[in-house]
Structures are given as C-alpha cells and as structure tokens.
Design a protein. Structure first.
Length: 425
C-alpha cells in the first residue's frame, strides 16, 4: 500500500463566513496555517447528494448524473420524483438508467491501482452511498454498511446513530481510532451531519446553530490531530477539510406543481407530463416528451415569475453544469435577498415545496440554489506540500478529487476539475 494518503472531513452546510474564533476556533486557526481557498464554490443544485457525487468524481452533475437531492426516474410507468437520499435510490437509479454515476469515483480509481478507500458518513444514505455507489471500497452508514462488491458488512458501530453532534462524535471517534490509525486507507472521508442538521431545524446563527458549528469544529480538530500524530511533518498525509455548500434562511414556500396546473401547463399535481423535483431553493423539471413544445411553454411561464432568479432551459442547462440530454430540461434557482435574519446572518430565499415533506421550513436554513451564501462553502488544505496562505483563485468542489489523486500519484486529467496549486500565484 502506498505511504501517501488523503484524509477529507466535510462539515455539511458550513458556509465560510460563519467560521469565526468564537464558534469555530480550530478552523479559524487552521485557516491561518493551511492553504485557505477564499473563493471556493459549490455546484448547482447546491445540495448534499449532488455535491457528494461531485466530490467523489471531480465532475459536474452534467457528467456524473446525480442531479440534486431529488430526481425524477422512469421505472416503467412514467416519470416519478424520488428522493436521492433514500437507501434504495442507488438501486432504483441503476435499474431505471442502467447505471449509477456516469463517471468513475475516487473509490473506483483507487481500486484500479490496488489501493483502498473508506467513507464514514452521518448524512442521508444517498449522500453516503454516492461516494462509492458501485462498491469499490468501504462505506459505513447507519442505514447499512458495505465493502467491495457492495457486500453488506456487519457494522454495529454505525447502527442506531442519528444525525446531530452525538452521532457525528461517535463517527469521528471510530474514524480516528479504527479507520485512520488501524486500517490506514489511501483515501478516507468523514462526512459530518453538522451544522446542516441543526441548520435545517433552527434559525441560522441561533444558539443551537452556533453550538452545532462549534461541535463540528471540535471534530475537525480531533481528526487533524490524529492525522498529524501519524504524520507530524505533513509530507505523506494530505489533510482536506471543507463543506459542500452554504445555507440561507427560508423566506416562504412556492407550490410549483399547483402553479403549473393553474397555468394549464400540467394536467394534475401528480401527473407525469411534467414532474417537478424540489431541491430546496432550486428545482429541476422533467418532461415526458423532452423535445415537445411543453418545455418552451413552461420556460416562458417561469421567466415571468418574480420568484425565479436564474432560469436554465434546454441547451442553457450546460451553463449551470447540468446535462442537456435527459428528460430534465429546465432548472431554476429561486430569487433571494441579501438581508439579515434575526440573528444577523445574511441571505433569504424562498423554497419550492416538496409534497412528500410537510414539515415547515420557514425561518430555518435551506440550500440548493445559486445564492451567494449557498455558493460559499469553505476549503482548507494542509500538508502534502501545500504552502500556507489565503488563495484568491477560483476553486470548486470539482477540484477536490483531482487534488487528492495528484497527491496519490494517480491520473486525473479526465475530470472537470483540476488539482489545486500547492503554492500561491
């Protein structure tokens, strides 16, 4: 096994302007002793499941094919919106389309070279499984864990864990002691549920949300200290920590299905002529006849709605990093306002209501769109020859995988992203 290793820790939904010395003292310190990428961006939709696939593949959703937290699949009876977070979505996607992700993951690339990957995640099953959907390495999750070949493994350490800091802490302790110190894979990723879990259920910047940020910060510190105990000089183990996207406060909800029905553009709320896939502050629309005249008609309708911020129709989907050759022919990012919430955290946006989720989101955090705060995750890299300092050059989630592969001396030229420079320009 190669002595070169990479360790990645993701703090779900932690936007970079919320990292400060009061709530995240370790990350604040690390930003001054690591390479800190100050212009880091997410993808669109800025959802955890699409982001997980992007980090795993180094490619945009247009190439890897996981198009949000929800997607419409045709499983034989027409298009139906499904949650990509469900434990069985990976298998549904494979049966409906003939494959899971359309490009290789880090786990697959490592297996080509006889190296190993391990993912430990306390987020939705979909976000966990799409790190390695075809079973080239090991994935550990409360909904079920598996090893190479997607063979289920007995994993009592993950069973019963729930989202939140307690579950994250148990995952981190296992990650450090078992994965990093004992098994030492070439690539190891820990995906924390916080502060995303709390941000979805409390106001951004509230005491609860700030405590969740502090909890995640302490776990990043724990992993970092383990890494540097194993490799004090930072020559062999590349340490990467970041987030997948940010959050904004939910202003109100939009019932897009009802609006389309009322406009005569959809037969019924549950009809399959046009299917809305809600993705928080964004939505993607799928069409039974992708080349029919309903697509431009719906596009013209949406262009006249004041709650629509960015609209991508047909070939323009490519500009948003989305495919142009699937039944998904329209994507929207909802229009937001850069005003502070009661706790001083800027950014409001409406959401597209999800008929399968009746829980109110008003006043709490959400993401999915192209809002500036949703598109402001953080990224810090330490070790592996990276020079300390703040970087102003653009970086994105697509750049993480090629950066890891370069450190492991493996090819990465066929990805959308690029290995990030070790020294400042």
């Amino acid at each position: 096994m190669s002595e070169q290793r990479a360790v990645i820790v993701i703090c779900d939904s932690l936007r970079r302007d919320l990292i400060n010395s009061d709530d995240a003292p370790f990350l604040t310190e690390l930003s001054e002793r690591a390479a800190y990428f100050a212009a880091h961006r997410s993808v669109f939709p800025s959802t955890t499941r699409a982001s997980a696939a992007t980090i795993a593949t180094g490619c945009l959703p247009a190439r890897h094919g996981l198009l949000g937290n929800t997607m419409a699949l045709d499983e034989g009876d027409g298009l139906v919106c499904r949650s990509a977070g469900a434990p069985d979505f990976r298998d549904r996607m494979r049966r409906a389309t003939g494959r899971t992700l359309r490009v290789p993951t880090l786990a697959e690339r490592l297996r080509w070279h006889g190296e190993t990957s391990i993912s430990v995640a306390n987020v939705s099953p979909g976000a966990a499984y799409f790190q390695d959907p075809d079973g080239h390495g090991w994935v550990y999750h409360a909904a079920g864990s598996y090893g190479p070949g997607c063979k289920p493994v007995d994993d009592p350490a993950s069973q019963g864990l729930t989202k939140g800091i307690a579950g994250d802490r148990a995952m981190a302790e296992r990650f450090c002691a078992d994965i990093l110190e004992q098994r030492a894979p070439s690539s190891a990723i820990l995906w924390l549920s916080e502060p995303d879990h709390t941000g979805h259920h409390s106001p951004l910047g509230s005491p609860e949300h700030r405590a969740a940020i502090a909890g995640a910060d302490s776990l990043v510190k724990q992993v970092f200290e383990t890494v540097r105990r194993l490799d004090p000089a930072g020559e062999d183990i590349l340490f990467v920590t970041g987030s997948d996207h940010g959050m904004e406060t939910v202003a109100h909800g939009i019932d897009l299905n009802d609006l389309l029905v009322a406009a005569g553009l959809k037969q019924a709320p549950d009809s399959r002529d046009v299917v809305v896939a809600p993705n928080g502050t964004a939505a993607t629309l799928y069409f039974a006849d992708p080349d029919g005249d309903l697509v431009p008609r719906v596009g013209r309708f949406l262009a006249g709605e004041n709650w629509v911020g960015d609209l991508f129709v047909g070939d323009r989907l490519a500009a948003a990093g989305l495919p142009t050759d699937t039944p998904m022919r329209i994507a929207v990012s909802l229009a937001g306002e850069d005003k502070p919430n009661p706790h001083g955290v800027a950014g409001y946006a409406p959401i597209v209501l999800d008929p399968s989720d009746s829980e109110s989101k008003i006043g709490f955090g959400q993401h999915g769109g192209l809002g500036s705060h949703e598109q402001s995750p953080f990224l810090m890299i330490e070790g592996g020859g990276f020079a300390v300092g703040r970087r102003s050059e653009a970086s994105s989630l697509i750049d993480i995988a090629p950066t890891v592969l370069r450190h492991l001396h493996m090819d990465h030229d066929d990805m959308d992203g690029h290995a990030l420079p070790r020294s400042a320009d």
